[in-house]
Design a protein around this ligand. Structure first.
Ligand code: EPU
Length: 336
């Protein structure tokens, strides 16, 4: 029997720890329950929002929706050859636990993505990426329930429209309930050491998946706050992408500008921009601010509400625009 829970407190449901209440809530453990949840949601005339680990979300105080927490579990092996293994992973599996399991099996591909908070189902939504690897390069297929067509569908990688921190699922928020993700991993180590601080590992002649995994954990622990200790949502802004012409204009004024090639465009380091605009370690009267060790991370030590977070985000955007003439875009999604 499907029953939605009214007035659910969500303050423990996002890594920013914003106090928030959902009009209705449901914990989804079995994909076959989805059609019933959808029918109940329709009867109430409310939108449906899917919650994973809540690590890329700003929750405002009142969410007038049915919030479905996806806890669908399971890791299935679909195929295995000498070189590769293909796995189907339930959307509710914890991301880092899954990465750790892969490393224990000696499967290579996800080691650069260790310690990212959140769930498997959230990973393709924002095409998580770190240290030179994006999940888009490993996903073969995403399985989901389409709330528009009202049926289960399989979306192959080519149709997921993966881009830097974006995808089909982020474009059409509220349309797809991701049930599982299929990934193809390597059974031999395929190291990606392109990111500066990992380069030193090139000297290790006996490099293993676990060495990279441990190095990534060390780098992240050093720079990024643990959300259980200081609530945060990882990088709060995307690294802005400029045309070559725009970039040249900014570079003339700021010759030290940190930048990376991005196809025929140029990507700037948002953390550097915020830092140079003088906001690193600065907080507002509600304690919301930019982390002292990595300006790109907005921290919420006093568990202020989502409106306070959005106010701070506006302050940061304005200051960076005044200073550099560059627009920053938020990475987390906002639920109202
Ligand atoms: N920088 C500063 N001051 C700061 C922060 C950064 O000067 O306060 C400079 C750094 O010195 C460096 C550059 O900015 O030269 C880039 O910083 P970093 O290498 O720390 O990476 P990032 O661009 O800030 C991105 C991702 C992270 C990912 C890392 C590593 C985005 C928005 N962020 O951060 O992803 O872990 O690269 O690959 O793309 C996340 O999305 O939640 C996340 C943590």
């Amino acid at each position: 029997m499907i029953k939605l829970e009214p007035n659910k407190d969500l303050s423990l449901c996002s890594t920013l720890a914003c106090p928030s209440t959902a009009q209705c809530y449901f914990e989804l453990s079995y994909k076959d329950d989805i059609p019933f949840v959808v029918a109940s949601t329709k009867e109430l005339g409310l939108p449906l929002l899917v919650l994973g680990g809540g690590s890329n979300l700003v929750l405002t105080p009142k969410i007038n929706s049915v919030v479905v927490r996806n806890t669908i579990k399971g890791i299935e092996q679909l195929s295995k050859t000498d070189k590769n293994v293909t796995l189907r992973v339930g959307a509710g599996e914890n991301w880092h636990k899954f990465v750790t399991w892969c490393v224990a099996q000696n499967y290579s591909g996800l080691e650069n993505l260790a310690l990212i908070p959140g769930t498997m189902g959230a990973a393709p939504v924002q095409n998580i990426g770190a240290y030179g690897v994006e999940i888009a390069t490993l996903v073969t297929q995403v399985n989901a329930y389409d709330l528009v067509e009202e049926k289960f569908i399989c979306i192959p990688n080519e149709e997921c429209q993966f881009r830097y921190r974006d995808s089909l699922f982020k474009d059409h928020e509220g349309r797809y309930v991701i049930t599982s993700v299929e990934l193809k991993l390597n059974r031999e180590l395929k190291p990606n050491l392109s990111y500066g601080p990992l380069k030193i590992l090139e000297q290790n002649e006996h490099l293993t998946v676990k060495h990279i995994y441990e190095a990534v954990i060390a780098i992240r622990t050093e720079k990024l706050p643990d959300p259980k200790v200081i609530p945060n949502a990882g990088s709060f802004f995307k690294n802005p992408i400029l045309s070559t012409a725009q970039f040249k204009g900014v570079l003339e004024l700021f010759p030290d500008l940190v930048h990376y090639p991005a196809g025929d465009q140029v990507k700037l380091a948002a953390g550097w921009l915020i830092d140079q605009a003088g906001l690193k370690g600065r907080v507002n009267d509600q304690g919301v601010g930019c982390y002292e060790k990595q300006a790109l991370v907005v921290v919420n030590p006093k568990r202020a509400n989502g409106d306070a977070i959005l106010d701070w985000a506006e302050t940061v955007k304005q200051r960076v625009f005044e200073h550099f003439g560059v627009h920053l875009e938020m990475e987390p999604r906002i639920w109202r």
